[in-house]
Design a binder for this molecule. Structure first.
Ligand code: CMC
Length: 433
């Protein structure tokens, strides 16, 4: 098939500029507008980057109209059903599913890196007990850049690998410490005989004074949620990691920037916002009133957990999470959970309402995940840290892909300037007003 060609025409002068096309393996082609400024003295303008590719990437593919999400070519629903989070980490980082030997080695490497430096723990003492765990996560992960001086050569693939292993292994330990800080309980050391999610549950919920048994169903539910959150191409936090990383900064600092971006309610903070919204609505009988507010532009109220920049169809992750939600609630004897009932009612009303249909707003990954986290005993302010733990592998993979690319250049967008035109400095005595 011949590639389409595109030209920009300056209607005033008739000057025509051909735009090269960048093709991938799936999805629309990209118009290469990199030389538009040189040739036409004109910028391209796309706030919010609705139509802009910032890079080529081989990690994750999304078809938002069809509701498809692939990691390295594998559909996320197949991975959620048959794989494990650790295997998915390997896949996302290295591009292929591991052999048995490769998986064992990778799993063992991650288990060996779970402890954090004792001095790093001291950072938590500086926070007030009621600090939001995302604030602690941002700060403590940023501080990791002050620790690991043995692997700071970003050009060395081995150093990049060790960074990714450390990051993936230590982020649950840091998140669990942020949780313990709130309760004033001692931080629990990781137990490396436990799998990734069991270890996280152990570090969050065990105490030195008594034995703790990890519920395998809870650990499995968490594992599936983590698979679904592992990567999502150039979302806001990943783009932040890439932009920060494009300067050549310390990779831990780039990940800290990504964590900060994830925190916002339009992004990873939505899972926390969904639960707060359900609490606020309180009862199924209040749904019509709430929906009226959501549709009133002046109210500033949104149906949290609904809508997505890319998905204009069901978010495939939400469909799997909804199923998981039923399973976990049943297992825990919470099948009549009032929040689940409320969420189902909201979903039902929204999906049949013209406001949502016209705008193609469907439940996203965050709509149901909070209900599972809550059922597992995870407090609301730890929901976004859970997302951060899972997304760490995606951030690392993107940072590695970008850093390993010899054509990587610093990310530096331009702007359309709308401020005052050039003017002369006026002496203070002569200023009016
Ligand atoms: N509730 C009510 N109206 C909505 C919602 C919503 N959740 N989402 C979008 N709209 C409306 C919006 O008002 C606009 O209407 P109009 O065309 O009349 O002005 C239209 O739909 C398009 O919205 P937009 O804000 O231009 O879309 P966007 O692509 O910039 O924003 C979004 C995407 C996810 C930020 C947005 O849908 C939203 O705020 N959703 C709620 C927060 C949320 O659940 N975020 C999690 C996203 S998925 C996980 C992640 O990324 O981490």
């Amino acid at each position: 098939m011949t590639q389409p060609t595109y030209s920009l025409v300056n209607n005033a002068t008739g000057e025509k500029t051909d735009l090269p096309v960048v093709s991938g393996t799936l999805g629309p082609v990209g118009l290469d507008v990199g030389k538009v400024y040189d040739k036409l003295d004109t910028f391209t303008y796309d706030p919010g980057f609705s139509s802009t590719c910032s890079c080529k990437s081989a990690i994750t593919y999304i078809d938002g109209d069809a509701g498809i999400l692939l990691y390295r070519g594998y559909p996320v629903d197949q991975l959620a059903r048959h794989s494990t989070f650790i295997e998915v980490c390997y896949l996302v980082l290295y591009g292929e599913l591991p052999t048995k030997v490769q998986l064992e080695k990778f799993d063992s490497d991650i288990r060996k890196h779970t402890m954090i430096n004792e001095s790093l723990k001291g950072f938590f003492q500086g926070f007030n007990y009621d600090a939001h765990p995302m604030a602690m996560l941002t700060g403590v992960v940023g501080s990791m850049s002050a620790f690991y001086h043995d692997t700071t050569n970003n050009k060395d693939p081995r150093h990049r690998d060790i960074f990714a292993h450390r990051m993936i292994a230590k982020i649950p330990t840091i998140a669990a410490a942020a949780y313990k800080k709130y309760f004033g309980q001692p931080f629990m050391y990781p137990q490396n005989h436990l799998d990734y999610c069991s270890n996280l549950l152990h570090m969050m919920f065990s105490v030195p004074a008594e034995p703790y048994h990890v519920d395998p169903i809870a650990a499995k539910a968490l594992d599936v949620l983590f698979i679904l959150h592992a990567d999502h191409e150039q979302n806001a936090s990943t783009s932040t990691v890439r932009l920060a990383g494009s300067t050549g900064c310390n990779p831990y600092a780039a990940i800290a920037a990504g964590i900060a971006a994830l925190w916002g309610p339009a992004h990873g903070g939505a899972n926390e916002a969904v639960l707060r919204m359900l609490d606020q609505i309180g009862d199924v009988k209040n749904v019509p009133n709430f929906m009226a507010k959501v549709k009133d532009k002046n109210s500033g109220v949104r149906l949290m957990g609904f809508g997505h920049r890319v998905y204009k169809n069901f978010d495939p992750r939400a469909t799997i999470i909804r199923e998981q939600c039923h399973k976990v609630l049943k297992h825990l004897g919470k099948d009549n959970d009032p929040q689940m009932e409320l969420a189902l009612k909201l979903e039902e009303i929204a999906l049949s309402d013209d406001y949502f249909k016209e705008r193609k707003l469907y439940p996203n990954v965050d709509f149901y995940s909070g209900i599972i986290y809550k059922a597992l005993g995870i407090p609301v302010n730890m929901f976004t840290p859970m997302f951060a733990i899972a997304r760490t592998v995606g951030w690392c993979a993107h940072w590695i892909e970008m850093t390993a690319d010899p054509q990587n250049r610093i990310g530096r967008p331009r702007q359309v300037y709308v401020g005052a035109p050039q003017r002369n400095y006026a002496d203070i005595a002569k200023r009016k007003g």
